[in-house]
Design a protein around this ligand. Structure first.
Ligand code: KG4
Ligand code: ZN
Length: 340
């Protein structure tokens, strides 16, 4: 912000089943954050259908960008750069946002920035408060479970990641086994409140000191419990199974986050990604952070799930560092998290 005038970034996010565009000022203030969700469409298939997602993004993208500018009361002339998610995600879905961003960039001469989706989830927190370093971010979404150490803005060190299913994926699969609709995370969250965590399920701590996660064993244990009960002609209260599953997931996530925050003397703990909407995770992380006197930042629900404001917030760091993308920016489904 050399001129002292506010810097406005247009963010675009289409990595999965949300078409989103946002205008964010100086990486911190949301002027608009328009999200066209496709969840209703994918519900009847029990998960995101990539081709359907791409087609809906194509239908929605222009209107979504126009609406974001309209709600922010800004024109493309006011936009300093366009930040777009270029991975990870569904390649056909990513390409729609990238094509739109490149077209506007080329037509209007606006610089382009490629943003990693997880960097975006982490930077959703900067829309709430200033970040203090070093910090530990727990990123839990449908595709990711990562414990990230940030020593400064734009720097990401992955301390641990899932070795199999992502936390959200495990929620969705268990929900499906319980015949709950997609997306399953919020359904399990809700159902858990009506049950007791009375069914013993495993916790995958892995080797001593490891910050990695594993949820597939837990998922299999839930499926086995259901299967065995069925064979014995018994029924297990779904709410109790949901509560027991959730307790196992949350206990491991919270414990490893607190351990990492203590080891790296974190000034802040951030929660990020769609599963950050989970009430038990929010409550238990809050309780443990309070006990350890660790400041905890959790975005409001609307900034936990996929949205373009978080992409603009992360893109602002690249903007300040002059890290722009060229017009050959491509969608990379397995893009590794690298520094901004
Ligand atoms: O971050 P996100 O919107 O998309 C990805 O980048 O994956 O996360 C979506 C995931 C889904 O697996 C969904 O079931 C899960 O977040 N989720 C939840 C809750 N709300 C969304 N999981 C547990 N509890 C919730 N309340
Ligand atoms: Zn996401």
């Amino acid at each position: 912000m050399k001129s002292g005038r506010p810097t406005l970034l247009l963010g675009i996010e289409t990595s999965c089943d949300e078409t989103s565009a946002a205008v964010v000022q100086d990486g911190t203030t949301i002027l608009s954050n328009v999200i066209a969700s496709q969840a209703e469409i994918h519900k009847r298939f029990g998960g995101v259908v990539p081709e359907v997602a791409s087609r809906r993004h194509v239908e929605n993208i222009t209107l979504t960008v126009e609406e974001a500018l309209r709600q922010a009361d800004k024109k493309l002339e006011d936009i300093a750069a366009i930040a777009v998610t270029h991975g990870p995600g569904l390649v056909g879905a990513l390409l729609v946002g990238i094509a739109a961003a490149k077209a506007i960039s080329f037509a209007r001469g606006i610089p382009l920035i490629g943003v990693h989706h997880i960097a975006g989830h982490i930077y959703a927190n900067r829309l709430i408060t200033e970040l203090s370093f070093p910090l530990i971010a727990l990123v839990v979404s449908g595709g990711h479970t990562e414990l990230v150490l940030m020593r400064e803005h734009g720097s990401f060190e992955i301390l641990g990641r899932t070795r199999d299913d992502a936390a959200g994926e495990a929620y969705d699969k268990v929900a499906r086994a319980l015949a709950l609709p997609y997306p399953g995370g919020p359904q399990i969250d809700r159902l858990s409140r009506e049950g007791m965590a009375s069914i013993p399920l495993p916790r995958a701590w892995l080797e001593p000191g490891s910050y990695d996660f594993s949820f597939s064993g837990l998922k299999s244990a839930v499926l086995n419990t259901l299967h065995n009960a069925k064979q014995r002609g018994e029924t297990i209260p779904p709410a109790d199974l949901a509560a027991s599953f959730q307790e196992s997931v949350v206990e491991v996530l919270v414990e490893k986050t607190i351990r990492a925050a203590t080891e790296y003397k974190a000034q802040q703990v951030l929660l990020a990604g769609g599963v950050a909407a989970n009430q038990a995770l929010r409550d238990q992380l809050a309780a443990r952070c309070a006990k350890a006197e660790l400041p905890l930042v959790i975005p409001p629900l609307c900034l936990c799930t996929d949205n373009a404001a978080m992409i603009a917030a992360a893109g602002h760091i690249s903007y300040l560092r002059g890290k722009f993308a060229s017009l050959d920016l491509n969608g990379v489904p397995g893009l590794p998290l690298s520094d901004l």
